[in-house]
Design a protein around this ligand. Structure first.
Ligand code: SF4
Ligand code: SF4
Ligand code: FES
Length: 264
C-alpha cells in the first residue's frame, strides 16, 4: 500500500548530506524530512549515512544516533522504545509505522522518513496532535455510570473483558493512540475537521463495548452524524497500517451495526 510520503505543506528540496566515516562497517542512508518554523525556509530533505553497527538495529536507534552523534537539531518524539507509547509514529518508506519496532534491515536502499501525513508539522518529524486529542476528548473516553458506585471495583466477566482485550490481545483496549491509522485514511485527510477518523472511532467503540459503561445510547447519539462516523468508506488503509495489528475498520463497522440495530 502506498501512502503520501510527505506532508502537504511543502516544496521539499535536497538539504545537507552527512557522510559516514570511512571505517563504517554497515553504513545505511536515511533521508529525513526537515522543517523548522523558526528558519522561515521551505522544508528540505537531509541525508545521513549511519553506521548501523554502531547505532543499533532499529530505525529509531538510527534516529537517536543521528541526534546524539551527527546532528543534534533533528527533532522527533520517542519514549518507550518498545512499541507501547505511540510517540515514535512516523512515515517510513511510504508506510505509517512505529520507528522503534522497525528493523533497518526490513528496508532495502535509502530509508525515507517523514512525519505522519496530512498533519500540521511542528518541527521535523513532530506532528501537531492538538486536533486529534481534541477529537479524543470529544468522545469522553472514560467510564460513565448512573448506578450507585460499587463498594469495590466495577467487576467484569472474562467474556465481557474479552470484548475490550480481544481473544488475541488485539482488541480496542490495545490501541496506543499512535494515529498511524487516522493519518493513513483518505477520508480523514480530506474531512479530518469533522470526521473522527479510525483511531478515535476505535476508542469510541472501546467505551461502547464496555459492559460496565452505562452511556451507550448517549455515545451512539454523539456519533450519529454524516461526518463524525459515516465518512468512513471502508477503504481499510487504517487496518492495513496499524503497527499493533488492530482492526479499527472492524470497530467502525460494529458501531454502524449498532446504529442499525437500535433503529430496528
Ligand atoms: S476503513 Fe474507514 S476509517 Fe479506515 S481507512 Fe478506510 S475510510 Fe478510513
Ligand atoms: S488503531 Fe492502531 S494505528 Fe490506530 S491509533 Fe490505535 S494503535 Fe495506532
Ligand atoms: S518509542 Fe514508544 S512506540 Fe516507539
Amino acid at each position: 500500500m502506498v501512502q503520501l510520503t510527505l506532508p502537504k505543506n511543502s516544496k521539499v528540496k535536497e538539504g545537507k548530506n552527512h557522510e559516514a566515516p570511512k571505517d563504517a562497517k554497515k553504513p545505511r542512508t536515511f533521508r529525513v524530512y526537515r522543517w523548522n518554523p523558526d528558519d522561515k525556509e521551505n522544508p528540505r530533505i537531509d541525508s545521513y549515512e549511519v553506521d548501523i553497527a554502531k547505532s543499533g538495529p532499529m530505525v529509531l536507534d538510527a534516529l537517536i544516533y543521528i541526534k546524539n552523534e551527527i546532528d543534534a537539531s533533528l527533532t522527533f518524539r520517542r519514549s518507550c522504545r518498545e512499541g507501547v507509547c505511540g510517540s515514535c509514529a512516523m512515515n517510513i518508506n511510504g508506510m505509517n509505522t512505529l520507528a522503534c519496532t522497525r528493523h533497518v534491515d526490513d528496508y532495502k536502499g535509502d530509508i525515507k522518513i517523514s512525519p505522519l501525513p496530512h498533519m500540521p508539522v511542528m518541527k521535523d518529524l513532530v506532528p501537531d496532535l492538538t486536533h486529534v486529542y481534541a477529537q479524543y476528548n470529544a468522545i469522553e473516553p472514560w467510564m460513565k455510570t448512573e448506578s450507585p458506585a460499587p463498594s469495590r471495583e466495577h467487576l467484569q466477566s472474562a467474556k465481557d473483558a474479552n470484548l475490550l482485550n480481544g481473544d488475541d490481545g488485539k482488541g480496542p483496549a490495545a490501541c496506543i493512540l499512535c494515529f498511524c491509522c487516522s493519518t493513513s485514511c483518505p477520508s480523514y485527510w480530506w474531512n479530518g475537521d469533522r470526521f473522527l477518523g479510525p483511531a478515535i472511532l476505535l476508542q469510541a467503540y472501546r467505551w461502547i463495548a464496555d459492559t460496565r459503561d452505562e452511556a451507550t445510547g448517549e455515545r451512539l447519539d454523539q456519533l450519529e452524524d454524516p461526518f463524525r462516523l459515516y465518512r468512513c468508506h471502508t477503504i481499510m488503509n487504517c487496518t492495513n497500517t496499524c503497527p499493533k495489528g488492530l482492526n479499527p475498520a472492524k470497530a467502525i463497522a460494529e458501531i454502524k451495526k449498532l446504529m442499525i440495530e437500535r433503529k430496528a
